[in-house]
Design a protein around this ligand. Structure first.
Ligand code: C2O
Length: 587
């Protein structure tokens, strides 16, 4: 096994899209940032050099970090943020995982531009893929383009102002020709293909807000992995991918040689309908052929334009690029089917004896501003602020200057007083009946909620079931729930209200998909199971950035196991702890 080393310099650079130069925070001057490519079993060392004006941490999204919670990269949960002009080296091993993961900044909103792929290949090379060996592998990173100062967006949001919109969507950092600047279309992402060859697309949704539908005109995908876990090959013409999720899919270049649009369409964009062109980003799959066959191909293409595929641009050589017929941007059922159709490639040993059951209702609420203990939290007013919640608690980052993981490791007395995440909502209601949303005459009447560093403690090895129930108050927002440090078995999902009596019978205990991010269906629920066997303090949160920044999060503390090799070791030697910095500040 090798040590894969990178230096990530985080800095601000100007990038121009849509006629506007925008200062963005990126790694090594590029967007997306550098891909980390490893072989399963390798170790990774990333020296982070923070030349930006912001506090930064990097999270290795989906990497299990076995006995290595210290490297998980969540500010004030697992580490102190890396201050401007400071460095930090992340070290971790990638063991027992294969496929596509990614890395991103874990400070509010900066992950929009501070992100990249993390690709894990099998130990014995591509021949050991459980699917036909692809001729080429291509990361496809879907994201947003913001012409705003993102840390400023976060500050305004903290002030109850939510009027912010991305300016477009991107594929591998490019917007595509539906976007233009003074009539000049933007050049989108182009994938050159050779007829007959097979491509493994490693698709990542790094966007802040929306789930995306991805299609390539006249081509099908065979999905082979999701969240770096192999799935039974699933053939589809559309991929649905929520923020935080990854999907590996094979595409065979078996269409008539020509040009085909690859389209990423957000289906939950937080944008006014008046904005055009609906944030759709178009890349291009372009067949590499000699000119004569290109002409024939184009002619053939014209003749076989089906009812479903619409004609688009005439290319410079007169060839026509086909655009795929996309689902409606408000369609959530296509996503529900896509996600429910995934099963693990392997028969799994899903533990049957459950130790802990959690029922977590995802919602929005109203809580006191700025740590006030009591205030008028009915509706929107000056004393209260809109928050996102799990069981009516909005997560508050620890206010003491002591990351939770350190508190746990060195000062267990401090962490013992942290409030417990309630199990179930404070009162029962019909979560998904839109007619029952408590709308006032003009605005939402939000559930009274509290703010707390809510935490749940699990014994080492506990088998934990969680039902994530979405609620109508979230309206069309997606809720991709992400757990750090563990993968989850996705046992079942459904629309409407979860009903234990009948839904437990539907649990897939044979080959459920294994995920680090589970998209809770709009107006529905998802049931997951995981084994809490990785000691440490792990964040669990919605990967929709507004929800996360507004507090739809909690912390799971997993206790040490009985032996040294099931217990959290001390922090690595380069780790600056509270002790090193200022012992006197300890309470
Ligand atoms: Cu990809 Cu806690 O995040």
């Amino acid at each position: 096994a090798a040590v894969v080393e990178h230096t990530f310099v985080v800095s601000q650079v100007n990038m121009t899209h849509l006629c506007k130069e925008t200062l963005v925070t990126v790694v090594n001057g590029q967007l997306p940032g550098p891909a980390i490519e490893v072989t399963e079993g390798d170790s990774v060392a990333v020296l982070l050099v923070n030349k930006s004006p912001y506090n930064i941490t990097i999270h290795w999204h989906g990497v299990k970090q076995w006995l290595n919670c210290w490297a998980d990269g969540v500010p004030m949960i697992t580490q102190r943020p890396i201050l401007p002009n400071h460095n930090f080296t992340y070290r971790f091993n990638v063991v027992g995982q294969e496929g596509t993961l990614w890395w991103h900044a874990h400070v509010p909103f900066l992950r929009a531009t501070v992100h990249g792929a993390l690709i894990i290949r099998p130990r014995h090379g591509a021949v050991s893929y459980p699917f036909p060996k692809p001729d080429m592998e291509v990361p496809i990173i879907i994201g947003d383009w913001w012409q705003l100062d993102l840390p400023q967006v976060y500050r305004s949001m903290k002030n109850d102002s939510f009027d912010f919109f991305a300016s477009g969507s991107t594929i591998n950092g490019k917007l595509g020709d539906l976007f233009n600047c003074s009539g000049v279309p933007e050049v989108g992402y182009v994938l050159d293909v050779v007829p007959g060859k097979t491509y493994l697309l490693r698709v990542i949704n790094a966007g802040l807000f929306s789930e995306f539908y991805l299609k390539i005109a006249a081509h099908k995908f065979t999905v082979v992995a999701a969240d770096a876990n192999y799935v039974s090959p699933y053939t589809t013409d559309v991929i649905a991918i929520a923020p935080g999720e990854t999907v590996d899919a094979l595409v065979v270049a078996n269409a008539t040689p020509g040009r085909y649009y690859m389209v990423a369409l957000p289906n939950q964009a937080p944008l006014p309908d008046t904005q055009t062109p609906e944030f759709t980003t178009r890349g291009m799959v372009q067949y590499r052929v000699n000119h004569s066959s290109m002409t024939n191909g184009a002619a053939a293409l014209r003749s076989r334009r089906g009812a479903k595929e619409e004609e688009n641009d005439e290319g410079p050589s007169g060839d026509v690029a086909l655009a795929p017929q996309m689902p409606d941007k408000h369609d959530t059922i296509t996503s529900f089917y896509f996600h429910s159709n995934l099963t693990s490639l392997y028969h799994l040993t899903v533990p049957q004896q459950v130790d802990e059951n959690l029922f977590l209702v995802l919602g929005l609420g109203s809580a006191c501003r700025n740590g006030q203990q009591s205030c008028n939290i009915r509706g929107k007013n000056n004393e209260s602020i809109t928050v996102a919640t799990m069981n009516s608690v909005s997560f508050q980052h620890p206010t003491a200057n002591l990351p939770l993981l350190e508190a746990h490791y060195y000062h267990s007395g401090l962490i013992d007083v942290v409030q417990e995440l309630p199990d179930g909502p404070p009162r029962a209601f019909n979560f998904t009946d839109k007619a029952l949303i408590p709308f006032g005459p003009k605005e939402l009447r939000l559930e009274p909620s509290s703010k707390a560093t809510a935490m749940r403690r699990f014994q080492h090895g506990a088998v934990v079931d969680i039902v994530f129930q979405s609620s109508a108050i979230l309206q069309g927002d997606s809720n991709p729930m992400h757990l750090h440090g563990h993968d989850m078995f996705l046992l079942a999902e459904g629309l409407g209200n979860y009903n234990a009596a009948k839904d437990v019978e539907r649990y897939n205990l044979v080959n459920p998909p294994v995920k680090n991010t589970v998209l809770v269906p709009n107006l529905g629920w998802a049931a997951v199971r995981f084994v809490a066997n990785n000691p440490g303090v792990w964040f669990v949160h919605c990967h929709y950035e507004f929800h996360l920044a507004m507090g739809m999060a909690a912390v799971f503390l997993v206790e040490d196991g009985p032996t040294v090799d099931t217990s959290l070791p001390p922090p690595p030697s380069n780790f600056e702890t509270y002790r090193d910095r200022d012992e006197n500040l300890l309470p």
